[in-house]
Design a protein around this ligand. Structure first.
Ligand code: B1M
Length: 208
């Protein structure tokens, strides 16, 4: 089945094949979210498992990530259906020290699709950049972290917003594989989401 084929090509890091087969799956009528969840995300989970077991190393993880991103590139217009950009202004980024961006990109994409004005600050984002975005009128700050060693920089970023006297002006949502609702509460974030679609719902609630 084509979803299994895409899954395998992501694991093998075959970017071109992933692109071709994602397009083919769309042409065959598979919904974009099915391709995303059952092929692309499922494959990255498997890559993570193999890395943990010592079967994969960083280079394999990297080529798989590139293959996944190339698939996402094809899916993007189907996930972002061009809402009216007036639901709210959001600045999102992966925190300082952390280079993982696939999950953050997905969250940004879904928010964009839900009609938010999304400013993606990228990865390894200095807390002061979030502070600047709050000064520039961002209503929501979205922080992503994938490493247990960098998730503390979420707290550092929230502290920087407090120091700048801007904490009360913004809502803060956090997420990423090691992040839990308890951690969100502990560091004083306003919201947490385990995945991209929940993130959209949480942001809507925060701005309601
Ligand atoms: Co990295 N890595 N990695 N890696 N990597 C993990 C995270 C790891 C769990 C692998 C493992 O051991 N099983 C492990 C972390 C262990 C830990 O901290 N406990 C790890 C490690 C150790 C490392 C390095 C330290 C390896 C090394 O160099 N020795 C290194 C660190 C580099 C750095 O950041 N400074 C490193 C590097 C890399 C690559 C560069 C090779 C590559 C990233 C490429 C890229 O992102 N462009 C990579 C990859 C690909 C992974 C895994 C395999 C996959 C991550 C991913 O993209 N998942 C990952 C293992 C895993 O997670 N299974 C792993 C798919 C993505 C859709 O899911 O990002 O969880 P995720 O996002 C989800 C949710 O979490 C949520 O929604 C998303 C969509 O549903 N979400 C949010 C995310 N952000 C959110 C924000 C929100 C709300 C929800 O609100 C704002």
């Amino acid at each position: 089945m084509i979803l299994d084929t895409i899954y395998q090509y992501v694991i093998d890091g075959e970017a071109e094949e992933v692109q071709n087969n994602v397009q083919k799956a769309l042409d065959e009528g598979h919904p974009a979210d099915e391709i995303l969840n059952k092929a692309l995300i499922a494959a990255m989970d498997e890559v993570g498992r193999r890395y943990e077991q010592g079967d994969f190393f960083v280079p394999e993880m990297l080529v798989a990530a590139r293959a996944m991103q190339s698939g996402l590139h094809i899916l993007r217009p189907h996930l972002v259906k061009g809402g009216i950009k007036s639901a709210g202004k959001i600045a999102i980024g992966t925190v300082k020290g952390d280079l993982h961006d696939i999950g953050k990109n997905l969250v940004a994409m879904m928010l964009e699709g839900a009609g938010f004005e999304v400013h993606d600050l990228g990865t390894d984002v200095d807390p002061q950049k979030f502070v600047q975005m709050a000064k520039d009128g961002a209503q929501v700050i979205g922080l992503s972290a994938l490493l247990t060693t960098t998730m503390n920089n979420m707290s550092v970023t929230i502290e920087a917003l407090k120091q700048a006297g801007l904490r009360d002006q913004v809502k803060i949502i956090i997420g990423g594989a090691p992040v839990t609702p308890e951690f969100a509460k502990k560091i004083g974030a306003d919201g947490f989401a385990p995945d991209a679609s929940t993130a959209t719902r949480v942001v809507r609630e925060l701005l309601a």
